[in-house]
Design a protein around this ligand. Structure first.
Ligand code: PXP
Length: 251
């Protein structure tokens, strides 16, 4: 989606990035090479997914270093590398030059990325990371809570993209969920106004994706765990297709 000169949103096709981390989680459970996340990436490409998202964690619990090159070699889809803002990850990103790098907070003990990046509090640590990645032609995104202070910090860092963490929305119910949805919608509108492309992701499912997909300012959703879980029952092709249909129907 593009921003009109006045900052108003023009509705466009919402991109779907499929996070294939948990194919690697299953593979790693047995220590072999099956199921291969590269095969998942090829399936995503064959059913019209718009991108592959993969998080190389410090502990390599799912995606591993050699998966990145294999994914890049196997598909033409843009790779969105989720990464912590560490020297090691910056080096890896610069070596692989993915289309995009989404900087996420990372705690060793967490099961998944539990909250947004404190872009405001970590400005000095993040600034050189953002600059180095952008200088290498990598599109930088910051995974932040839908919070004006964090969006403002992303703007000061010069990030062209933010991804709003939808975990609070996904886990809430009733009025709380409605309030979280408004927060994402308002911040997405504000992001477009300030020239930042807003994405969203985390915890999205067939049941909760549509109100998020209906937010006209959002350009991309990144969805992983639920899709891979559904793929166990229906196959990855069908799961991606169904998510795509729900997203399209919401616009
Ligand atoms: N976007 C980002 C930045 C993430 O860290 C994750 C989780 O790895 C996702 C999207 C996908 O979240 P989920 O697996 O809950 O769909």
């Amino acid at each position: 989606m593009t921003a009109a000169p006045d900052g108003a949103a023009r509705p466009g096709r919402l991109r779907l990035g499929v996070n294939i981390d948990h194919v690697a989680t299953i593979r790693n459970a047995r220590g072999g090479d099956h199921p291969d996340p590269v095969r998942a990436a090829a399936i995503v490409a064959s059913v019209g997914g718009d991108g592959i998202t993969a998080h190389l964690r410090e502990d390599r619990r799912h995606i591993r270093d050699d998966d990145l090159r294999r994914i890049q070699d196997a598909t033409d889809l843009p790779l969105n590398l989720e990464m912590a803002a560490t020297e090691e990850m910056v080096r890896i990103a610069l070596a692989h030059r993915p289309h995009a790098a989404c900087i996420v907070p990372e705690k060793r003990a967490e099961r998944t990325t539990e909250g947004g990046l404190d872009a405001a509090g970590l400005h000095n640590q993040l600034a050189p990371v953002v600059t180095r990645l952008m200088d290498a032609g990598i599109r930088v995104s910051l995974f932040i809570a839908p919070d004006e202070r964090q969006l403002d910090a992303a703007m000061r860092l010069g990030a062209p993209v933010v991804e709003f963490h939808t975990g609070e929305y996904a886990h809430a119910t009733g009025e709380r969920r409605a309030a979280e949805l408004r927060r994402v919608a308002d911040l997405a509108a504000l992001a477009v106004k300030t020239g930042i492309e807003p994405h969203a992701g985390h915890g999205l499912t067939y049941d909760n994706v549509q109100p998020i997909a209906a937010i006209p300012h959002l350009a991309e959703l990144n969805i992983g765990h639920y899709l891979i879980g559904e793929a166990v029952f229906t196959g990855l092709e069908a799961a991606v297709r169904q998510m795509r249909e729900l997203m399209d129907a919401a616009r």
